[in-house]
Design a protein around this ligand. Structure first.
Ligand SMILES: C[S@@+](CC[C@H](N)C(=O)[O-])C[C@H]1O[C@@H](n2cnc3c(N)ncnc32)[C@H](O)[C@@H]1O
Length: 291
């Protein structure tokens, strides 16, 4: 865990900034409180009623699928937007920039971006314990924090240069609070057509234009576009293993009875061309109105 990001983290129980470590390796805050660091190495900032997020099988399937490079166009597009966002900021080239990735999963996107830029450190936030465990090992520049990204973020006001939320939930008001006034938010949202060749036979809902509009509308109270959206779309040739891992990491794995899902999956051809389609949106903070 890098000292640079420690001062970015707050203890949600006290609201106080972290100032160092206790002798047992937990984090110590300014108010005399402590925030646990688990034996697995992640900061545990969950409230008692936090959701569980993805289970270990889904996280493992995502790691396997992403390792095949099938989503490379998405990771390249995210890294490009992050670096463009940082370049646009009024900070010195030598300054360290903090990137907080919400619903960070296995850390695939955050690790790729840290490798591509200079003076970048990452905070990977995911509410799922199996994801937080993966994030610990995803990159030496990543601090792994297990927390609910849809409530109060365990991050200090105006402390983060970039927030990313990639196919993941977030709380726009909280994102605006933790970003520097010049900070930027990068969101990746699945668009209509995304993985339709799999969704239709498996019986999972297709993404609709209305859903996308609703998601983007939620950001508009706190954010304004900082760049034109990038639509990333590409075909993937998937073999039986890739199809199975894509299904296992998808909402189908959570929402459909496993036996029904297995029956439907068994009807699929051994090889399929499946289209991926998402929008990459970069926002800046909406300037505060006086009075
Ligand atoms: C579809 S996956 C995307 C993971 C990663 N961003 C990627 O694209 O590879 C959604 C992730 O969000 C996490 N998640 C779900 N609800 C969450 C919440 N309320 N707070 C934080 N993470 C959450 C899940 O555990 C999962 O890792």
């Amino acid at each position: 865990m890098l000292d640079h990001v420690l001062t970015t983290i707050i203890n949600p129980a006290t609201g106080a900034r972290i100032i160092g470590r206790t002798v047992s390796g937990d984090l110590a805050d300014q108010a005399g409180g402590t925030l646990p660091v688990t034996d697995a190495g992640f900061v545990d900032a969950r409230a008692a009623d936090a959701p569980v997020g993805d289970d270990a099988a889904m996280v493992a399937a995502r790691e396997t699928f992403l390792s095949t490079g099938q989503f490379a166009p998405f990771v390249e597009a995210v890294t490009e937007e992050v670096l463009a966002g940082i370049t646009a900021m009024p900070i010195a080239d030598t300054a360290t920039a903090v990137i907080a990735d919400l619903g960070a999963g296995t850390g695939y996107y955050l690790a790729h971006t840290l490798d591509a830029g200079n003076n970048l450190v990452g905070i990977g936030i995911d509410v799922a314990e199996p994801a937080a465990e993966k994030l610990v090992h995803a990159h030496r520049g990543i601090t792994s924090v297990c927390a609910d990204a849809t409530t109060n973020l365990p991050l200090a006001d105006d402390s983060v240069e970039i927030v990313t939320a990639i196919f993941a939930p977030c709380n726009p008001q909280e994102v605006a609070r933790v970003l520097h006034p010049y900070g930027q938010l990068i969101v990746v949202v699945a668009l209509p057509g995304h993985l339709d060749e799999l969704r239709q036979p498996l019986g999972t809902a297709a993404v609709t234009h209305d859903e996308v509009a609703e998601i983007l509308e939620e950001f508009s109270t706190h954010f304004v576009p900082a760049a034109a959206p990038t639509i990333v779309e590409f075909p993937m040739d998937l073999d039986a293993t890739a199809i199975a891992t894509q299904i296992a990491m998808s909402p189908a794995a959570r929402h459909i009875d496993p036996e029904v899902l297995a029956d439907r999956a068994a009807q699929l051809p051994a090889k399929m061309t499946v289209h991926a389609r998402a929008g990459v949106y970069r926002f800046g903070r909406r300037p505060q109105q006086d009075g």
